[in-house]
Ligand binder design. Sequence first.
Ligand SMILES: NC(=O)c1ccc[n+]([C@@H]2O[C@H](COP(=O)([O-])OP(=O)(O)OC[C@H]3O[C@@H](n4cnc5c(N)ncnc54)[C@H](OP(=O)(O)O)[C@@H]3O)[C@@H](O)[C@H]2O)c1
Length: 248
Amino acid sequence: MFDISGKNAIVTGASRGLGSVLAFGLGKAGVNLALVSRTIPTDLIQELQELNVRVVAYSFDFSNPSRIPELVEKIYQDFEQIDILVNNAGAQRRSDSVDFSEEDWDYVINVNQKSVFLMCREVGRHMVKARHGKIINMASLLSFQGGYRVPAYAASKGAVMQFSKSLANEWAKFNVNVNCIAPGYMLTEMNTALVNDPIRSEQILVRIPAGRWGHPEDLIGTALFLASPASDYIHGITLPVDGGWLGR
Ligand SMILES: NC(=O)c1ccc[n+]([C@@H]2O[C@H](COP(=O)([O-])OP(=O)(O)OC[C@H]3O[C@@H](n4cnc5c(N)ncnc54)[C@H](OP(=O)(O)O)[C@@H]3O)[C@@H](O)[C@H]2O)c1
């Protein structure tokens, strides 16, 4: 029930960080991959090809979501069927809220929220028709909490968790699972500012019951589970992978 070999997946934001590790994890499980980000991840593509899975990379900027239908159409021309969609691409902007610019607000909402919905809509339409599919949206601890100096990010991740439930309510009966993963504080480029701030970094660490920041690899098992038949009766949940942060 955990076998997903031969399936086709889209992973957005696979050029680095969590997405790149998740794409590699899916590739190791025998999944063919359509990778979407602004940068083409040439090293990752080569590593995946060595695993004998099919890989096609698409350069795309999610700050311009209106082109998403075109992108998805192109992916379907190349892959015919998509079984798994991982909406992982995301952006962060940090500033005191009194100075938070409209430009930064629009950027974060477009990349983290509007694009994720449009990807779900475009791919979901095919999945509903096929009566089968797994959608995994990358939420955050800030789907539950407000964070600090990140109003647009918190708003976008709250929205992702909420509209994923809404889509799940509509699509569960068509065997399309829509769920989210809420990673804890993970060691990726997105958190460089936090890691480099000794006070914030220590404040975060002492709150994590597991006693360490998360590694991108910590998410692979959860993603494989939500992508596999083992999770067929799970709809609309947001699963924290956070070293225990939310329970504290
Ligand atoms: N790291 C954490 O602690 C953490 C915690 C909770 C949730 N998350 C979420 O997990 C996801 C991945 O985070 P990460 O830490 O791996 O971030 P990251 O290291 O900054 O990587 C972000 C990825 O998203 C892509 N991306 C960013 N802006 C884009 C745009 N405008 N168009 C297309 N692609 C874009 C980037 O590719 P290009 O730059 O090549 O376009 C990159 O592949 C995000 O949704 C994030 O919000 C992360």
